[in-house]
Every structure is written in C-alpha cells, then in structure tokens.
Design a protein around this ligand. Structure first.
Ligand code: SF4
Length: 443
C-alpha cells in the first residue's frame, strides 16, 4: 500500500446491482473474490480503477463502487497503462477474458515487458462466451467449441509462461474455485508490479455443455497440458510508472534544447513569398544546407518554412527541400511553381519534374552541368563546382550551389548565410563557412 491509499471500512466493494451472468458462470465468484480482496486491502474505492474491455467479463466493472474504464476489445491493457502512467497512486486492475489475451496479445506482452504496475485478472474460460462460444487462444487442444466442432487442433497459449518470460513481476495461475483467490488478488495488487492472475473458470452456456466439463475438468486440462498452478513467478524489477516519474522529475523545468534566439542583423527587400526548391540526393546534405537558408532568412527579418521529402530508406534516393521565405507569416508551405530551383542530381530532378514544367521565363533554375539539360520554361544557370577556389567534398556541393544561387537571387544579403553557418552548433560549421566563402568569392 502506498501513501496515497486511504483506509476504508466498506463491507463490500460491490454495488446493489445483481450480476447478469449465466447461472454457474465462474465470473460470479471471481468478482466476489475481487471484492473480498479490496476489503482486505482497505483501499479507497476512488483510488481503484477497474479497466475492462468487451465480453461477458467486460460487464464486470459496473457492479462495483470503484472507478472504472470500459473500452474496446483487447485494449484494456492500453487504457490501464495510460491510467497508471498518469496516476501511479491508483490501484489499476484489468479485467479481461481469454479473448482479450489474443486480441490484445501485443499489449499484454509490452505491459509485462515494461513491468507496469497493473493487476491483470484473466477470466479464462477457454472460449468467447458473449459471442457464441468460439474458440480462443486458450482453448485446450481437442476441445469442442462453435468454431472447432471437430475438436481444437491448436495448442493453447500459456499466458503465465509468456508474461513471466517477458518481465512480469508476479504471475499466478488457479481457478475460481480456489479458496485463497481473494488473498492472491490482494497479494498481486500489493505487489505494485505487472501482476497477472490466470484464473480458469467454466462458461456454463457454451464450454460446459460442448465438452461435458466440470470443476474437475480444469485439473485434467492442467495435467494434460503440463501447465503448473499456484504462484509461478515472482521478480523484483523496477516498476515502470514509478521509474518513469523518478526519471522525469530530474528533467522537469529543464529545456530539452537550449533556445537560440535569432535577432535580425540584416535587411531584406523581399516584398512577397519566395519559393525555392533544392533537389538532390541522399547524403548530399541538402536538408542541412536548406536549413541554413531558413536561418539566414530569419537573420534578415524574414519568415521561413522548410518541407523535406526523401524516401523511407533515408540513405538512398532523392532528397528534396522546399523552402518558402516571406516578409509575412507563412500559412501555406506547399510549392507548385517555384520561383527558383537548385538541381544537384538526377535523383532530385526525377522528383521535381512537375514543378520544373510549371516554371516560367521569369523563374530561375541553377543546375550542376550534368543535370542542366532539363525541360523547363525557366532561365537555366549552370553552376560548376570544379570552378571553386576550394576542393569541395560531396557533402559541400549543395551548400556551395545554394550560396552561388542566393548571391544572384538577392533575397537577403549573402553575408546572412555566412552568419547562419557560423551560428550552427555543427561539427561542419567551419567547413560550411569555408564553402560559403569560396562560393561568394568567385563570380
Ligand atoms: S456466456 Fe459463458 S461467460 Fe458469458 S455469462 Fe454465460 S456462462 Fe458466463
């Protein structure tokens, strides 16, 4: 019990509404054991959240005086995780059927792996009761259900072994007939870790008549499968929600990145939005060079926006940067007709064909010699890095061409680009400054 838990003397955690379950359904006794467990914990009902999803067991939360959250099938673990992360002081108890362990299997694995402090009660009756007794991930091999009329061919999921192997702190298996079930539930809640109780029970509407099942059948299934019952696993891993809080508390109030205020130091005569596209290849530092253009624009009192496009395989193919510079706030960042374009590779040219075709004689294209023969109505200028006064690396060509183009475009003083490069906290800052200097020193 943690400091936030209030001692209470409730005689039951049930409300007055009777359960709706079929006669003999195991859900009745599991829920009564849950109420008894909460009574023994003397926990404030408002500090308990029962989280459920779909299925007959998903009806359970409404018969308790605790807080509750009811959601989509198989997703109870996700809701419970969010609740526990936001409010680690709450006792978050998940009620799910065996159907939920299949539909929400990945959630179960990940909550166990993180050791999130949830108590998960699996109401395991080996079939989907609410929807007509279809087989589930826990249906025993050979068992008859409405979807396995010839006997189930699958081996059932060993929920306990799975979560134990993946980081759960407490794992127990038993049945709703076990006299110590309330005690085990209380123990699991107290454990403050990812605790799972795989509670075997009987669905009297479907599983029992189809398999002539009884209380004794549960033991037979256990033996046939070679599964163990009782407390199967106990581990003392750090509980995630608490560990997350502790880690976050050391970061609170600290900025992720130190702000780098940009005060305009240059003047721009730009009186309308200017749209510049840089089209190159992965590894050509297209995007980082484009970022310097934006920063130079900010240093010149302009607004700047940059949109990048590149394949999900980021080290191959094209790399496109679309830059909008404007004396006013930029509401629309897409570019259909660029005012200027810088072409650095065939990969890039292949991606900007429509924009090239939309350009008019008053627009400008700056291209490396090998991609200068493009179809466009714009005026084409050739930039040849071989004419540079310094030997350019592959990653410097983009910045060199951008600096050359900006010198002709006169959007802002080219010195702003050099100032932007010197502000960059980059290992390439010195090289970038040299490249810009080389570009600006020639014609
Ligand atoms: S259908 Fe099965 S699981 Fe649902 S209430 Fe009836 S007996 Fe219980």
């Amino acid at each position: 019990m943690n400091d936030h838990t209030t001692v209470t003397t409730l005689s039951t955690y049930r409300n007055e509404t009777p359960y709706p379950f079929c006669p003999g359904c195991g859900h009745h006794s599991i829920l009564d054991h849950l109420s008894a467990a909460l009574m023994s914990l003397k926990v404030d009902p408002e500090k308990v959240v029962l989280v459920s999803d779909i299925g007959c067991s998903g009806l359970s939360d409404q018969y308790f005086v605790t807080s509750a959250f009811h959601g989509l099938h198989g997703r109870s673990i996700t809701y419970a995780t969010g609740i526990k992360l936001a409010r680690p002081d709450l006792k978050v108890i998940v009620i799910m059927g065996d159907g939920g362990t299949g539909i929400g299997g990945a959630h179960l694995l990940n909550a166990a792996r993180r050791n999130i402090g949830l108590t998960v009660l699996v109401f395991n009756n080996f079939n989907f009761g609410m929807t007509g007794g279809q087989h589930s991930t826990t249906t025993p091999t050979g068992a008859f259900t409405s979807t396995t009329p010839g006997g189930n061919l699958e081996r059932p999921l060993d929920i306990c072994a799975t979560v134990a192997a993946n980081g759960a702190g407490y794992v127990w298996r038993g049945t709703n007939f076990d006299k110590d079930l309330a005690e085990r539930i209380a123990e699991a809640v107290r454990a403050e870790c990812f605790a799972l109780l795989d509670i075997w029970e009987l669905c009297t509407a479907y599983y029992v008549p189809k398999n002539k099942a009884s209380k004794k059948t549960l033991t037979t299934i256990l033996d046939d499968l070679g599964f163990k019952a009782g407390l199967l696993h106990r581990a003392d891993y750090p509980e995630y929600a608490a560990a997350y809080r502790a880690d976050a508390s050391t970061q609170r109030g600290k900025p992720g990145l130190a702000p780098r205020p940009i005060a305009p130091r240059f003047a721009s005569q730009l009186d309308r939005p200017f749209r510049l596209v840089v089209a190159g290849s992965a590894g050509g530092k297209v995007r980082s060079a484009a970022r310097l253009v934006g920063e130079a624009a900010l240093l010149s009192g302009l607004w700047a926006a940059q949109r990048d496009d590149y394949p999900i395989t980021v080290m191959t193919g094209h790399s496109i940067a679309e830059i909008v510079l404007s004396p006013r706030e930029i509401d629309y960042t897409a570019i259909t007709r660029p005012d200027a374009m810088i072409l650095l590779s065939r990969d890039g040219v292949a991606k900007v064909g429509q924009q090239l075709a939309a350009m008019q004689p008053e627009d400008q294209v700056f291209a490396l010699p090998e991609v200068a023969g493009v179809q466009t109505g714009a005026k084409v200028h050739i930039i040849d890095p071989a004419e540079s006064s310094m030997r350019l690396s592959k990653g410097s060509v983009a910045l060199y061409c951008i600096a050359k183009a900006l010198k002709q475009l006169r959007i802002f003083p080219v010195e702003a680009l050099a100032a932007a490069a010197s502000r960059e906290p980059s290992v390439h800052a010195e090289e970038n400054s040299g490249v810009i200097g080389a570009a600006l020193s020639g014609d």
